[in-house]
Write a protein that binds this ligand. Structure first.
Ligand code: SF4
Length: 602
């Protein structure tokens, strides 16, 4: 490795499950140069290494755990990292983040990236070490939940602080929205990476509590910038909500503005919102915790009587709470805990549960198909019962495990009107009928409906822009997507409203490289374009950048958004405007050759 490669280890650990072998390679410098790290670097490797149109649950798919240049440094909110793979739910590119200590320790062990390929003959878990990888039999762990798996592996490794990225029964049973979970606390939720683990007979990735440090260009200068930014740009009034409330704060905001998914996306307002909101979370908080190197510590553990439960984030409060009608924080938290132990994304799961009740109400499924389970709103028994049916693929649960889109297509007819997906991935917890910014953000998100690529709701329903107009939304969505592409490549948590200037300030003493804001903007746009290239290569076209029909034709009922739909003509115009801003072909939605050349994307 070259002496002047600051902040990177210069090494990739490649693990082959088919041959039970590993090798250590040099990180491609040309990729680092163009795509920085985290999201950008991981997607570039995925594009290079995963052949077009493969089955994401075949051995040809890969699991990439990717770190950024700031991972393992003391930069604020730099502890998160993605798992990158081809999604078995959407068949698009997928990068899914958590703040488990796995990323930091992987960097300390000496790796920028971990690439897992092939398929093991029998269940295994892989321990990442400074020397490479060790393969352990996971036969006795198969069938266990994510929490028990973490406990067993920590005991076996003799390190109670080890990081263990585990799957539960849902991942083993190839539920297409299965998650990967560390110790019940950190969840790589969206996109189904857990099913990719399961398809490879990979029960877990583990790493001991390895200590280390990241080589910086100017350590003193870096420390000064970190102190200054933490004081003046992180611990400020605009970011303080993360510290005081965390994401549960959004429950009331969404209810008041009519975008809170309720009763299977029937309404945007929940009459029991005050039973699952931030006030209830604060009352029940026993302690807080944080991802590595985060002074905001937005995460919480709740206590009900003597029982400790991880606090659900906003998305879970909405999708397992209001969207299924559950009206008690404790019941939402306990149902979410079970879902996390089974290893399922609570956004897709909550959408699927609401969808199932709607199918039942329409007479499209029967209790018999649900093994006697009676679908109803506000029923924790139903939510938990159906979660188990899905995770273990019992009865109708086996079809639901394929995702709502495949289920609707299989049933056909009226069920198609209940579709809730973009590109196969279920819509998260901002109903686009009350936030046109999110309508465009969902339609153009690279991993299927995603609230994080461009959190446009902050600017329209929660902000100053008109939520029922697309004016200015194409530009807004594009700019947020590009900015987040840089954040997730360094990697910095999006809960810090950091600017390009902040990121350039951090990178200068870290890397010894003086990025201009314009350079970072171009790299962000380049990264967004290569994720689009991945999807285009998989066959995605302009007609896939669309919301499900319900959002255009079925008005919301009640609350501030009563009677609202997304205006389809305005939506189509906005999509064209977005393509123009991106330099993509207006007919196909593909990046043009000129755009890719201008951005320096190969
Ligand atoms: S703000 Fe919350 S999610 Fe973001 S790094 Fe800090 S603890 Fe993690």
């Amino acid at each position: 490795m070259s002496e002047n490669l600051f902040c990177y280890t210069g090494r990739v650990l490649r693990v082959n499950l088919t041959t039970n072998s590993f090798r250590i390679e040099e990180t491609r410098r040309d990729f680092i140069e163009r795509y920085i790290g985290g999201r950008g670097l991981g997607i570039r490797y995925l594009l290079e290494e995963v052949p077009p149109k493969i089955d994401p649950l075949s051995p040809e798919n890969k699991i990439i755990v990717s770190t950024g240049p700031l991972t393992g440094t003391i930069a604020p909110l730099s502890g998160r990292y993605p798992i990158i793979t081809k999604s078995p739910l959407s068949y698009t590119v997928c990068d899914s983040y958590s703040g488990s200590y796995f990323g930091v320790r992987m960097k300390y062990a000496g790796y920028d990236l971990l690439i897992v390929e092939g398929r093991a003959e029998k269940p295994v878990y892989v321990e990442v070490t400074e020397k490479g990888a060790e393969f352990h039999d996971a036969g006795k762990l198969w069938g266990l939940g994510t929490l028990e798996t973490s406990k067993h592996i920590k005991e076996e490794l003799g390190d109670e602080n080890a990081s263990v990225l585990a799957i539960g029964p849902a991942g083993e049973n190839l539920v297409r929205f299965a998650s990967v979970v560390d110790s019940g606390l950190w969840v790589h939720g969206r996109g189904g990476a857990g099913a990719v683990f399961g398809s490879k007979n990979l029960k877990a990735l583990a790493i001991k509590n390895i200590k280390g440090e990241v080589k910086l260009y100017d350590p003193d200068g870096f420390r000064k910038v970190v102190v200054e930014l933490t004081r003046n740009r992180v611990k400020t009034s605009e970011n303080l909500w993360a510290q005081t409330d965390g994401t549960p704060l959004i429950v009331d905001l969404s209810h008041n503005t009519g975008v809170l998914p309720t009763y299977g996306f029937t309404s945007g307002a929940f009459e029991h919102h005050d039973k699952i909101n931030t006030d209830r979370v604060k009352e029940a908080t026993a302690k807080k915790y944080a991802c590595p190197y985060c002074p905001l510590a937005c995460k919480r553990i709740l206590k009900f009587n003597s029982r400790l439960v991880k606090s659900p984030e906003y998305e879970t409060l909405a999708m397992i709470g209001s969207n299924t009608g559950i009206k008690s924080l404790r019941e939402v938290a306990e149902a979410a805990e079970i879902a996390t132990d089974l290893g399922m994304d609570t956004i897709s799961l909550g959408a699927t549960i609401g969808f199932t009740v709607k199918l039942y109400e329409k007479g499209l499924i029967t209790e018999k198909e649900l093994n006697g389970l009676k679908p109803s709103w506000s029923s924790p028994e139903f939510v938990i019962g159906l979660s188990k049916m899905i995770a273990y693929r019992r009865g109708f649960g086996s079809l639901l495990a394929e995702g709502t889109r495949r289920t609707a297509e299989k049933i056909g007819g009226e069920a198609l009107k209940e579709r809730l997906d973009v590109k196969g991935s279920e819509i998260p917890a901002y109903d686009p009928r009350g936030t046109y910014g999110m309508a465009l953000a969902y339609a153009t998100a690279d991993r299927g409906a995603c609230h994080l690529r461009a959190w446009a709701v902050a600017y329209d329903a929660f902000g100053e822009m008109d939520p029922y107009s697309f004016t200015g939304k194409a530009k807004l969505v594009k700019e947020l997507q590009d900015l987040n592409s840089i954040k997730w490549s360094l990697v910095i948590c999006d809960f810090w409203l950091s600017s390009y200037e902040d990121m350039a300030k951090l990178l200068k003493p870290a890397l010894g490289r003086d990025y201009t804001v314009d350079e970072l903007k171009i790299i962000g746009e380049r990264i967004w374009n290569i994720s689009r290239i991945f999807n285009v290569r998989e066959g995605f076209k302009r007609e896939d950048d669309i919301l499900p029909p319900k959002m255009f034709y079925e008005p919301l009922r009640g609350g501030k958004t009563d009677g609202k739909t997304v205006d389809i003509n305005q939506f189509k115009e906005s999509l064209i405007e977005y393509y123009k801003l991106r330099g993509w072909d207006e007919e196909t939605g593909e990046p043009t050759k000129e755009t890719l050349e201008k951005l320096g994307a190969e």
